[in-house]
Design a binder for this molecule. Structure first.
Ligand code: MLT
Length: 325
């Protein structure tokens, strides 16, 4: 018996020494970042931007894998259930990490409890945009047009519970609009269809739409923020257009719940270094995004944001009476 017990203790000790050294050496192989939406959209763009810098800090390849579907909840479920070894992490967003629980009654993760939070990646205001040949020339005309024609219009979004879905829900229900909702695996492909005139309008992250607004391939009506964006000086705020619709999006980097603290700390440090990089900052500014500062950075800042956003957004969704079914 004694021998057996010592053997177990001995092997447990060996395991913890081994895992401590594995943690110290982390990362020794490529890190997989799951983006729970299609390539080319805002979550994908921002993940590749910071991921490229983080891979230099960590001295390892970072592979971005797009696992879209169910408003991003499929990819996030996969990460919540992955090995907590630091080699599978994710970048979720305000939709997957705060709106989803109110919309998916059988969601298999809890944004506040099923992950080791690494940090907020960015904040980005939503913008109200439409296909290029939409006749309305300003926000007031668009609102007037939709008041009588919304049932004949299509609204594109990235799946139930995504930011584009929830912000559209708030916008459309505020004015009693009732468009046909068209779901995609991300707002990358939704935006392509808006450019092609296949769908009529969207509320989407400035990060996604600014390049197309500048190229003149879609129409921008307003930025849903208190102030105009430096990168879009000609696009008014919703307030200037007579609306009090304000909606800000964010992205967040997370790992599975039991990921060792040392590993989470290394990832958080690499993310912070990426956020301080002048090229990353410039690209954020060009795309109307900002990074977290001070206490908003790192695991504690993200945990606080997730808890406050779940509390803020759940009643909004419940009031709209929508579920994913
Ligand atoms: C969203 O609406 O949640 C995002 O825009 C999805 C995406 O990153 O494609």
């Amino acid at each position: 018996m004694r021998f057996a017990r010592e053997t177990v203790v001995g092997s447990l000790l060996a395991f913890s020494v081994l895992s401590a050294s594995a943690q110290a050496q982390y990362p020794t192989k490529p890190i997989n970042i799951i983006v729970p939406f299609a390539a080319g959209g805002p979550t994908d763009v921002v993940t590749r931007l910071v991921g490229e810098h983080m891979s230099r800090t960590l001295g390892q390849t970072i592979i971005v894998e797009n696992v879209g579907g169910a408003g991003g909840t499929l990819g996030m479920t996969r990460v919540a259930q992955a090995q907590p070894d630091g080699y599978t992490i994710a970048v979720g967003n305000m939709g997957t990490q705060s709106a989803a629980p109110a919309l998916y009654p059988s969601l298999k993760y809890d944004p506040a409890k099923s992950f080791a939070q690494i940090g907020i990646v960015n904040y980005t205001p939503q913008a109200i945009v439409a296909k290029k040949n939409m006749a309305a020339t300003n926000l007031k005309e668009l609102l007037d047009f939709l008041k009588t024609n919304s049932a004949k219009q299509t609204y594109g979004h990235a799946g139930v519970g995504s930011i584009s879905h929830v912000s559209g829900l708030v916008f459309n229900s505020k004015y009693g609009f009732n468009p046909t909702l068209v779901p995609y695996r991300g707002t990358g492909p939704a935006l392509q269809d808006l450019v092609a005139g296949q769908i009529d309008y969207m509320v989407d992250q400035s990060l996604n739409v600014i390049p197309q607004i500048k190229a003149g391939t879609i129409k921008a009506y307003a930025v849903a923020a208190p102030a105009r964006l430096d990168s879009l000086p000609d696009v008014p705020t919703t307030g200037e257009g007579g609306s009090d619709f304000i909606f800000s999006a964010w992205n967040a980097m997370v790992a599975p719940k039991d990921t060792p603290r040392d590993i989470v700390a290394k990832l958080a440090d690499a993310l912070a270094k990426a956020l301080d990089d002048p090229n990353v900052k410039k690209r954020y500014a060009d795309l109307g995004s900002t990074g977290p500062q001070g206490a908003d950075r790192g695991p504690a800042g993200l945990q606080k944001l997730v808890e406050s956003e779940v509390a803020r957004i759940t009643p909004v969704i419940k009031a709209a009476g929508v579920t994913a079914n």
